[in-house]
Design a protein around this ligand. Structure first.
Ligand code: MG
Length: 159
């Protein structure tokens, strides 16, 4: 009988002017970007934590510490590939994932399709197994004030 496991992930990064903004593996045209040790792709970070959470493997801070030069400025797509490898080495496959990005601006709608394509490629699933949703927070809180980007992710794996 097929077994399934689920996991959730959450991440926040502060935003600052003049930094590149990467979300879901896609470069976003934006005057602000995430402050980070890596490329700051907060959506991929939350997704990595959701996948790791499925097998209680800890979090990305544990596997890719921000105190290590090895991960400085790293493309988060590489981190996601490594996390997927950890699952496949243990005999698991990704079923589907669902990612919700909270960002006041810029609008992410034009980028959602490219994010799904990119993530599906790394996860080894069809695009209809990758949901990416974006919302503002109606100008409320630190997201609403444009100070940060917040992401929740859910993942299901099976073997
Ligand atoms: Mg992060």
């Amino acid at each position: 009988m097929e077994k399934i496991k689920i996991g959730n992930g959450y991440d926040v990064h502060a935003l600052a002017e003049g930094l590149p903004l990467w979300l879901g593996g896609v470069r976003i045209d934006s005057p602000v970007g995430c402050i980070a040790h890596s490329d700051g792709d907060v959506a991929i970070h939350a997704l990595c934590d959701a996948l790791l959470g499925c097998l209680a493997l800890g979090d990305i801070g544990h596997h890719f510490p921000d105190t290590s030069d090895e991960w400085k400025g790293i493309d988060s797509k590489i981190l996601l590939q490594k996390v997927v490898s950890m699952l496949t080495e243990r005999g698991w496959k990704v079923g589907n994932v669902d990612v919700t990005i909270a960002l006041q601006r810029p609008k992410l709608a034009p980028y959602i399709g490219r994010m799904r394509t990119c993530l599906a490629g790394i996860l080894g699933v069809e695009e209809d197994c990758v949901s990416v949703k974006a919302t503002t927070t109606e100008r409320l809180g630190f997201v609403g004030r444009g100070e940060g980007c917040e992401v929740w992710a859910t993942a299901l794996i099976f073997n």
